[in-house]
Design a protein around this ligand. Structure first.
Ligand SMILES: *[C@@H]1O[C@H](CO)[C@@H](O)[C@H](O)[C@H]1NC(C)=O
Ligand SMILES: *[C@@H]1O[C@H](CO)[C@@H](O)[C@H](O)[C@H]1NC(C)=O
Ligand SMILES: *[C@@H]1O[C@H](CO)[C@@H](O)[C@H](O)[C@H]1NC(C)=O
Ligand SMILES: [Zn+2]
Length: 451
């Protein structure tokens, strides 16, 4: 009896001490390694079981779990009408500020729920998933300096932000890395509405597209998506809620108007995660570059938290832009896979209703005409006046009620596949197209070493 008590006593005691210290003083500002992150997330779910939940989405090449902490009123499952949000940190293993900030954010949200009105409203209306490190192997092998690339790649030497399927690159048969497959599977499980992906090496909010096939999406050097207005608003929400980012000149020789940039306009990037989120998964994602130095000294971490905290919070609230609801048939049954399109926005992969017939469409305030189509049903066209949802932590709620087609012989609406065909290449660029790989390769290589 005594023996076993003796053995567990130091363990229990150090656990008490850790819990007590973190409850009183908050999470320490330093670089926690993968084992410490795992331990911290376990403590969080032990201390706050009613609104936090921990799960992993897979393993890295070296077998480290990719841990996610989810926070929300109902953390273990999706609820109709509650949007899913995510933050992903440390995709490049040596870009570490985001990883630290996401742990601090977890600390802040857990302490604020039922204490701080903003946090309470946020977590009552949103399910927030946080993956502090997408590339733990890279982190563990990083050198602690500002620019050297050690640790950027995963354990196979692959840049994870070049390894996603890319509609602009055509039929690529690229081998996907474990970490990338984990994200892709995760996005099949949870239908995320809004996301951000945290990097370092600059201070700017970058938004899709990152790539282009030099088609009609190119406008004055930017690769412009149909939801460009929403993306600019999202990026500015972050940069203007951040203490310095909106000035656009945080790092030497940088000049980003408003602290934002179109990804492609900055530098072309094939196989990136933000284009994948948006194009293939209908999740609006932006890329946040949060520090000039990729691996800054620990003493600077509290300053990064103060600069980014309001921006991290304001950005999450934007998940409530636009319209949300269900597509229902004449009997009130949810209709999955209906096309839910907004006039004037031809998305490369159309937005569709999900399980429970749910859809979310992030839009700025204004009037929008929706077109909802599903085989065997009349096409539904409705115009909605959309208010500014974040103010009330809720998008406009609207259900689309489909009617069965009166004409039984009406052929089913063809289901639209994903394609860039709506985006016609400009002029006759066939010669230029051949030359582009060579022209774009050099700057791309140079810049990819920097970011
Ligand atoms: C939207 O429609 C409403 C009602 O038809 C109209 O009063 C309003 O002016 C419109 N708003 C905009 C921005 O077009
Ligand atoms: C927010 O909620 C209040 C009270 O329900 C309502 O009067 C207001 O119109 C709402 N604002 C928006 C932007 O939805
Ligand atoms: C029903 O659909 C068929 C085929 O599209 C068409 O030829 C026919 O005129 C339609 N009938 C009515 C009543 O709309
Ligand atoms: Zn990066």
């Amino acid at each position: 009896m005594m023996l076993s008590t003796d053995k567990t006593f130091p363990v229990a005691c150090s656990w008490c001490l850790w819990t007590l210290l973190s409850l009183c003083y908050g999470l320490e500002f330093r670089y926690h390694n993968s084992a410490e992150v795992e331990k911290y997330l376990r403590e969080v779910t032990r201390n706050y079981p009613s609104f936090t939940y921990r799960y992993n989405i897979g393993r890295s090449v070296e077998g480290r779990h990719l841990w996610v902490l989810v926070l929300g009123k109902s953390p273990k499952e999706h609820n109709v009408g509650i949007p899913e949000f995510k933050y992903v940190g440390n995709m490049h293993g040596n870009e570490v500020v985001g990883r630290v900030l996401l742990l601090q954010l977890i600390d802040y949200l857990t302490k604020g729920y039922h204490n701080n009105p903003f946090v309470t409203r946020l977590l009552d209306s949103t399910r927030v998933h946080i993956l502090p490190s997408m590339n733990p192997d890279g982190f563990e092998s990083s050198s602690r300096d500002c620019m050297a690339g050690f640790g950027r790649y995963n354990s196979n030497g692959v840049d994870l932000n070049r390894n996603f399927p890319d509609i602009f690159s055509g039929e690529d048969e690229e081998r996907r890395e474990f970490e990338v497959l984990a994200i892709m599977d995760w996005m099949k499980q949870e239908r995320f509405v809004l996301s951000a992906n945290l990097h370092g090496g600059a201070v700017v909010a970058s938004y899709p597209y990152d790539n282009s096939n030099r088609g009609g999406e190119l406008q004055e050097g930017a690769s412009v998506s149909p939801d460009n207005d929403v993306f600019i608003h999202l990026a500015k929400t972050y940069s203007y809620s951040h203490t310095q980012m909106h000035r656009g000149n945080a790092c030497s020789d940088s000049n980003f108007p408003h602290g934002i940039t179109n990804g492609y306009q900055w530098y072309a990037l094939p196989g990136g995660m933000q284009d994948y989120n948006y194009v293939w998964q209908q999740c609006l994602e932006i890329t946040l570059e949060l520090s000039c130095c990729k691996f800054p000294p620990e003493r600077e971490l509290p300053g990064f938290w103060e600069a980014n905290r309001p921006a991290l919070l304001a950005y999450m609230q934007q998940v409530h832009l636009g319209v949300k609801g269900q597509v229902l048939d004449a009997d009130g049954n949810p209709v999955q896979n209906a096309l839910v399109e907004v006039e004037g926005r031809i998305n490369l992969c159309p937005f569709r209703s999900g399980p429970y017939g749910e859809y979310y469409r992030l839009l700025l305030p204004g009037n929008y005409t929706f077109k909802v189509t599903f085989p065997g049903h009349e096409m539904l066209i409705e115009t909605l006046t959309v208010p500014y949802g974040p103010e009330n932590f809720s998008a406009l709620k609207h259900n689309f009620l489909l009617e069965r087609s009166v004409n039984a012989s009406t052929p089913p609406t063809p289901t639209k596949p994903c394609s860039t065909s709506g985006v016609q290449p400009q002029d006759s660029h066939s010669a230029a197209l051949l030359a582009t790989p060579i022209i774009t390769l050099l700057p791309l290589l140079l810049i990819s070493l920097l970011m």
